[in-house]
Write a protein that binds this ligand. Structure first.
Ligand SMILES: [Zn+2]
Length: 326
């Protein structure tokens, strides 16, 4: 099953229901208050616990036998873990609560209730373990948003020369920008729509852009366009980042497109529609397993407003997609 934010809410609700049913559980704790133990510090943490006379034991648990302690998880992070097939040792209390590694546990659970999860079991009930872990000198804390791509974003601007706002957008510091690609004032560059030739090796500009993207090895490519046939702002993107894209579009307060050509937008976001078209950079990204988001503003608004919107959306995406964590 594909992981959706709603799917994960249901997953968590399943556990809340367990609690309602009288299964002993601590109250779910917001992620920012959860002690996080980095993988590379796990040996130090275990050594520190042993030094305090606490027994620790490595082993295997069934995903369905473990319970969450943390209130929320980031669906995109679970999805990335699932797609990349990553494993991480989950730290578990004597009473089967996850102390650290909720995303990896969730990814295993979504695979199967009986999925095998590598664990370290610490011989303390979760309430005591939480108090103990908070005293670990190298403990860290994180917000739930800090979790998405493990590599950065590349912004490609001005693919079409007749879409001025898409050309004038600025990237936040630290984000690699390619472009503006086409400053000719017309859609085509040298008589060719560059964004239909990423798949055939015939266009030098497309080849150069793709080379730069390959060199940068980003987690996501953002492109900025304008659409004169649609009333509201929209984006089409890979489904792994749709949740974040929806949040960013909503945060702008702009009118969002409902219908995008022949596709219906979900809060301004289209995934799995007719776009990305064959030959487009977005299609190329999709084929290469790179997340992508194409931001489109409607030309019915004043240019300054469109540029401001594009800047707001790009900044929101860069922040939402890249703030890193383990
Ligand atoms: Zn365009």
């Amino acid at each position: 099953m594909g992981l959706t934010p709603h799917g994960f809410c249901q997953l968590l609700e399943g556990y809340v229901l367990f609690e309602d049913a009288g299964i002993p559980a601590v109250g779910l704790i917001p992620r920012r208050d959860m002690p996080q133990i980095k993988s590379k510090l796990l040996p130090n943490f275990l050594e520190w616990l042993r030094g305090k006379g606490v027994k620790v034991r490595r082993g295997i648990a069934r995903a369905g036998d473990l319970r969450p302690t943390q209130q929320e998880v980031c669906p995109e992070k679970v999805d990335i873990i699932t797609r990349k097939g990553k494993e991480k040792t989950v730290i578990v209390s004597a009473d089967n609560h996850v102390l650290d590694g909720h995303h990896h546990w969730a990814a295993a659970w979504l695979r199967s209730f009986t999925a095998q999860v590598p664990i370290v079991r610490i011989d303390l009930p979760i309430k005591r373990l939480l108090r103990m872990a908070a005293k670990f000198p190298m403990v860290g804390y994180k917000e739930v948003g800090e979790c998405l791509l493990e590599s950065g974003v590349v912004l490609v601007t001005g693919m079409h020369g007749d879409e001025p706002a898409g050309r004038m957008v600025h990237a936040p510091a630290g984000v690699k920008v390619i472009g503006p690609v086409n400053t000719s004032g017309s859609r085509k560059l040298g008589g060719v729509d560059v964004n239909r030739h990423f798949d055939d090796g015939t266009n030098g500009t497309a080849e150069s852009i793709w080379q730069q993207i390959t060199d940068a090895a980003p987690g996501c490519v953002i492109t900025t366009h304008e659409d004169d046939e649609v009333d509201g702002v929209y984006a089409y993107c890979s489904d792994d980042i749709a949740h974040t894209v929806r949040q960013v579009l909503a945060s702008t307060g702009a009118d969002l497109a409902v219908q995008v050509h022949s596709d219906t937008a979900d809060d301004g976001v289209v995934t799995g529609g007719r776009q990305p078209y064959a030959g487009s950079l977005e299609r190329k990204c999709s084929d290469a397993g790179i997340s992508y988001c194409c931001v489109e503003t409607p030309t019915g608004m004043p240019l300054a407003d469109r540029v401001q919107l594009q800047n707001q959306i790009v900044a929101g995406l860069c922040k939402g997609l890249t703030e890193s964590g383990g």
